[in-house]
Design a protein around this ligand. Structure first.
Ligand code: SAM
Length: 236
């Protein structure tokens, strides 16, 4: 997807992007490729692919969830900043928190924030299982994650961070529906209910995407998430 296609596809989902934002995306792309030579950030480095499979893919949920209605967004396992940095560029009002267990990626994100002059962003080095038991617990209007774990595991990592009344925004591909079925018990235990689920495709390559909006109805019991590694070994 070249820059013109990127702009046009965003228009189709009612997002108007200005010159400054386009420059931010371009600088982000340059930094990603530059840093990727030193530390492993992504296997996708070709420009048009980055714009489609990273940038556009990360923004697609805005077709179904109105980010203008929230203030704070947490991205669990954000890695090189996906999906939160593209969302921050498009919705500059958002207060963004990224949690990731790899410090090198946190260093990269600090550089991105400085170079793109992003405000109201913070990057936290640590495992979600530990950070969810700090003051960040139940403190976000919305929490999201991409390509971190299957949904039953991811739910335990993400849902404790969501405020009551807030949303867990799931971004999944082909296996989304199966993962949803497998996660019903986890949703119940963690205090969340499925609000709506949307199927979509990425332009150009037609890859399937499933976006789920889950609404937090009850507080998550204090024992979740269990200690680091347990959610993955013994999913709820
Ligand atoms: N979300 C990014 C994306 O879509 O490109 C990165 C995906 S990468 C495959 C998974 C990321 O999750 C890695 O950066 C890893 O360090 C982080 N991660 C995995 N388990 C985690 C945990 N329990 N707590 C915090 N970060 C975690």
């Amino acid at each position: 997807m070249n820059e013109t296609q990127f702009v046009n596809q965003l228009k189709e989902i009612n997002i108007e992007i200005n010159e400054e934002q386009l420059n931010q995306f371009e600088r982000y792309f340059e930094l990603l490729v530059e840093w990727n030579e030193k530390i492993n950030l992504t296997s996708i480095t070709e420009r048009e692919e980055v714009y489609l499979k990273h940038f556009y893919d990360c923004i697609l949920s805005a077709k179904y969830f109105d980010y203008l209605t929230i203030q704070s967004l947490c991205d669990i396992g954000g890695g090189a900043g996906f999906p939160s940095i593209p969302l921050k560029i498009i919705f500059p009002h958002l207060q963004i928190t990224v949690v990731d267990s790899l410090n090198k990626r946190i260093n990269f994100l600090n550089t991105v924030a400085m170079e793109l002059e992003l405000e109201k962003v913070r990057f936290i080095h640590g495992r979600a299982e530990d950070i969810a038991h700090t003051e960040l617990r139940a403190s976000f209007d919305a929490v999201t994650a991409r390509a971190v774990a299957r949904l039953s595991v991811l739910s335990e990592l993400c849902i404790p961070f969501v405020k009551k009344g807030g949303y867990f925004i799931t971004l999944k591909g082909d296996k989304g529906q199966d993962e949803l079925k497998d996660s019903q018990h986890a949703f119940k235990v963690l205090g969340i209910e499925v609000d709506s689920v949307y199927d979509d495709t990425l332009p150009v390559i037609e890859d399937h995407r499933m976006i789920g909006l889950l609404k937090k109805k009850y507080e998550t019991p204090k024992k979740y998430p269990r200690k680091a590694g347990t959610p993955n070994k013994k999913p709820l």
